[in-house]
Design a protein around this ligand. Structure first.
Ligand code: GLN
Length: 198
């Protein structure tokens, strides 16, 4: 029997709708997660791009920080894009005073790493784990993974070597926005992780 995976998009702030639409296109049942009760009903979570300082603050106000940390520790698959990558990084550089992350990924991530002059750009990335076709990646004030710890693996880098996609077990973190460039393979990989967990 084929079951429809029920997954969440953290819907506190950011480009929630684009992720929800892409996941629905891929056949998932999508729940917008704003409360712990909603988190408890999903088998995986997408943390969207937006502003990590705001997502951090709202997740604490809404009582979601601890439940999300617990779910990550329990092995729940998570896809974090851009601000979402920041949120699942164990270490953050250039956050604002007091900024916290959920953590989980054994990486050090630098916020706003591309600076003001190059706030947005696009690039073709080679991601061997996703097949031969290049990934068209849109970077919007994105972070960069400065250091990849022993538990995590690099999935994609820019031509200059800067790491922009990492994976660790069921956690997937990427600096860019596949949901706005029509790239479904990261979300499919996330859904495969959810399905594999049963
Ligand atoms: N600069 C944002 C942050 O610090 C991330 C940008 C994005 O998610 N598009 O959270």
């Amino acid at each position: 029997m084929v079951t429809t995976p029920r997954v969440g998009v953290l819907a506190l702030q950011g480009d929630v709708r684009e992720h929800a639409a892409l996941l629905a296109d891929l056949g998932a049942e999508v729940v917008l997660v704003r409360r712990p009760e909603e988190l408890a009903t999903v088998a995986g979570l997408v943390i969207p791009g937006g502003e990590s300082t705001v997502i951090d603050k709202l997740s604490r106000i809404f009582g979601l920080q601890e439940p999300i940390r617990a779910a990550i520790a329990d092995g729940m698959p998570v896809l974090g894009t851009c601000a979402g990558l920041i949120m699942i990084s164990n270490e953050l550089v250039d956050g604002i005073e007091g900024q916290q992350t959920f953590g989980g990924l054994d990486v050090r991530t630098r916020r706003n790493a591309f600076g003001r002059q190059t706030e947005s750009f696009e690039a073709e990335l080679h991601v061997p784990e996703l097949g031969d076709a290049p990934v068209h990646a849109a970077f919007i004030r994105g972070p960069v993974v400065e250091s990849v710890g022993r538990s995590a693996a690099t999935l994609a880098s820019l031509p200059d070597g800067r790491v922009v996609a990492v994976e660790q077990g069921s956690l997937l973190g990427i600096s860019f926005h596949p949901e706005i460039s029509g790239e479904p393979r990261f979300h499919q990989r996330f859904l495969d992780r959810v399905a594999a967990r049963g």
